[in-house]
Design a binder for this molecule. Structure first.
Ligand code: 0CH
Ligand code: SF4
Length: 332
């Protein structure tokens, strides 16, 4: 309570970690470096990460985003997004005589490799994930004859397998941890000998952002998640906040999308952001809130993150070659 005005004290709980994960950082830098190295335009298949601001900013620098590999004119460079692609996409690129830079997150590649290994051992693979999501399309494409998509607990009853004793589950990297465990429990009810992935498929960044939002959820009257509508991990943060007890939670791309009416009767606002969201957008939200009396910011720290990934190998090779004076950069 503010002693001067008698109004409830207003504060912000700011989640840590939030925003860019190592895979997103690497993918965005890959596009920037490719533009510097080869010059514009550089083609990118699918949004490099699911964030409007990132896509718009890279477009301004000369990136051209396409839905299909066939849209890239022959002989150009195409970058594959952080979400990964099916092998058939590499084949399309080869047919179009395209040079490729694969910005698939190494943690997505790890799931692809698991899928290949279990398919080679002739397992039925139950891939938990959201139908139509780019990552699920890419992973499924590694072994389409062995993979069945399971889109949440309510989908479990529909699953059919060849041998109930030779089944493994894998998952999309950006799911809700709790909902995935519900799906796994339901699957185990049907297939008691169901095998689990050798290590977590839901990545460290997805897990940490959910843990942080859970810690603030119970105390927050309102949680604002910065992220785009097509960002799976960002959408999950809204659900996790509500599940953790937040009275209200919304996803916004920009501070300007916040509705003043959401603040009615709100003393504590939780703020976080998805793994594809640049920090500048969070700072915009904090400024917007400060202008409305929510200037007191307390960090809710759930984990330390120090993981980084090296740039895609094709890019490292060309950057090394340029440093050695073997290839020309865009400046000649
Ligand atoms: O959360 P999703 O998978 O929709 O993707 P994003 O918002 O681009 O975040 C980065 C994750 C990339 C692949 O794991
Ligand atoms: Fe990689 Fe996880 Fe980031 Fe996806 S969310 S890009 S799997 S670190």
């Amino acid at each position: 309570m503010d002693r001067m005005t008698g109004t409830p004290a207003r504060k912000v709980l700011l989640a840590a970690p939030r925003g860019y994960c190592a895979g997103v950082d690497r993918a965005v830098i890959a596009v920037e470096k490719a533009l510097e190295q080869y010059g514009a335009p550089v083609y990118v298949r699918h949004e490099i990460v699911h964030n409007k601001y990132v896509v718009k900013t890279l477009e301004q620098k000369g990136a051209i985003f396409v839905d299909e590999t066939e849209e890239v004119p022959e002989g150009n460079i195409v970058i594959f997004s952080a979400h990964g692609v099916a092998p058939v996409v590499h084949e399309e690129a080869a047919r179009g005589k395209l040079a490729t830079i694969d910005a698939t997150c190494p943690l997505v590649t790890k799931v692809h490799k698991e899928a290949i290994r279990f398919a080679n051992d002739d397992y039925d693979i139950l891939l938990i994930g959201h139908e139509g999501h780019e990552e699920v399309i890419g992973t499924s494409g590694e072994a389409p004859d062995h993979i069945t998509l399971v889109d949440g607990p309510e989908d479990v009853a529909n699953v059919e397998v060849r041998d109930p004793d030779k089944v493994v589950w894998l998952s999309q990297t950006t799911l809700s941890v709790d909902e995935t465990m519900e799906t796994v429990d339901a699957l185990k009810g049907r297939f008691p000998n169901l095998l689990s992935p050798p290590s977590d498929d839901i990545c460290y960044a997805t897990q940490n952002r959910q843990i942080a939002v859970k810690q603030m959820g119970a105390e927050a009257d309102l949680v604002i998640v910065v992220g785009s509508k097509n960002s799976s991990n960002s959408v999950r943060l809204v659900e996790v906040a509500l599940g953790a007890g937040a009275r209200d939670a919304h996803l916004v791309d920009y501070a300007e999308e916040i509705d003043e009416a959401w603040l009615e009767g709100v003393s504590t606002v939780g703020v976080t952001s998805g793994a594809s969201v640049p920090e500048i957008l969070v700072q915009g939200v904090l400024e917007w809130l400060a202008q409305r009396g929510y200037a007191d910011v307390e960090v809710v720290k759930a984990a330390e993150e120090s993981i980084t990934f090296s740039l895609p190998k094709e890019l490292r090779r060309d950057l090394r070659a340029e440093a050695a004076g073997l290839v020309a950069s865009s400046e000649g």
